[in-house]
Design a protein around this ligand. Structure first.
Ligand code: CP
Ligand code: NVA
Length: 317
């Protein structure tokens, strides 16, 4: 695994297998798990946007791995008064052993990571949310026992951080991804087409009914991401036909599962009955798996070698 996790592009297939296999063991044996790769280490959590799942799952996970987390609201740091991300990174690298950052522009995290000599994890930017998508891939793997060829339809804002990371996640894992939105919120076709970013069977269609045909999973996210509140009215008007409701669910595979990274805007991108359908909705598994996957990522970053790598090393002889 590379030093940082900023998108999903840094990961190879072996990294993904290792994360899934370690997360699965850590989940099964959460209470008995012994390794403490973060013993004596401090992880900084620098956030400029709200968070429930990411903040708490990272803080709990760091503690369970023996480390100490320090939460910093970005507005309290000198960053707020013009200190650069690079200078902040150079200084914090002298105190911390890793940094987890949630902010607006993706370039800020890139600037921080370039200047830092500690691992940096992107905890969401306007462009990417890799930790969420890793947890989602793990969740799909738990239900389908594979990723390659699994059909996922994503409806709604296809230009946001979740859609971008799903595209990269599909390229890495072989998920068959169909994105659906109006043209105004179409996906980043450069991400989809870039051959350097792996394989994948990814398409975009305007018609949400067409998108969900044969889908094993239907995924959505808020229509108004953090930082885009000024566009609320326009977004709700344009995305109105892309709501996940009972009718659209009935058009998919009979066993279709419903995914949402949460927080949900109930009644907007998803209806209550679909979100709360205990037979289909796996949103709480996704949320729980943030903890296990992030613990696996941190463990690998700090030297825990997983089964996938052991097997690979054996094969190499
Ligand atoms: N899904 C997710 O990242 O949730 P939070 O914004 O609550 O961290
Ligand atoms: N797209 C959403 C994801 C929240 C986890 C946002 O950026 O607000």
């Amino acid at each position: 695994m590379q030093k940082d996790l900023l998108t999903i592009e840094e990961l190879c297939e072996n990294d993904l297998n290792e994360i899934i296999s370690l997360a699965s063991k850590m989940k099964l044996k959460r209470d008995e798990w012994k390794p403490r790769p973060l013993e004596g280490k401090s992880v900084g959590m620098i956030f400029s946007k709200s968070s429930t799942r990411t903040r708490v799952s990272f803080e709990v996970g760091i503690r369970e791995l023996g480390g100490n987390s320090i939460f910093m609201d970005m507005s309290d740091l000198q960053l707020n008064r013009g200190e650069t991300f690079a200078d902040t990174a150079r200084v914090l690298s002298r105190y911390l052993h890793a940094a987890v950052i949630r902010t607006s522009k993706h370039d800020y995290v890139v600037e921080f990571a370039k200047a830092a000599n500690i691992p940096v994890i992107n905890a969401l930017t306007d462009s990417f949310h890799p930790c969420q998508i890793l947890a989602d891939l793990f969740t799909i793997y738990e239900y389908s026992e594979r990723l390659d060829g699994v059909r996922l339809a994503y409806l709604g804002d296809c230009s946001n951080n979740i859609a971008n990371s799903l595209i990269l996640g599909a390229k890495l894992s072989g998920l068959k991804l169909t994105l659906s939105s109006p043209e105004e919120f179409s996906p980043d076709f450069n991400l989809i087409r870039n051959p350097d970013m792996g394989r994948g069977d990814i398409r975009w269609v305007k018609n949400p009914s067409e998108a969900v045909q044969g889908a094993d999973y239907i995924y959505t996210d808020v229509w108004v991401s953090m930082g885009f509140e000024k566009e609320t009215k326009r977004r709700i008007e344009l995305l109105d036909g892309y709501r996940i409701n009972r009718d659209i669910v009935n058009e998919a595979s009979p066993g279709v599962k419903i995914m949402h990274c949460l927080p949900a805007h109930r009644g907007e991108e998803i209806t209550d009955d679909v979100l709360d359908d205990s037979r289909r909705s796996i949103v709480l598994d996704q949320a729980e798996n943030r903890l296990h996957v992030q613990k696996a990522v941190l463990s690998i970053m700090f030297g825990e070698v997983g089964e996938a790598t052991k097997k690979n090393n054996k094969k190499k002889g």
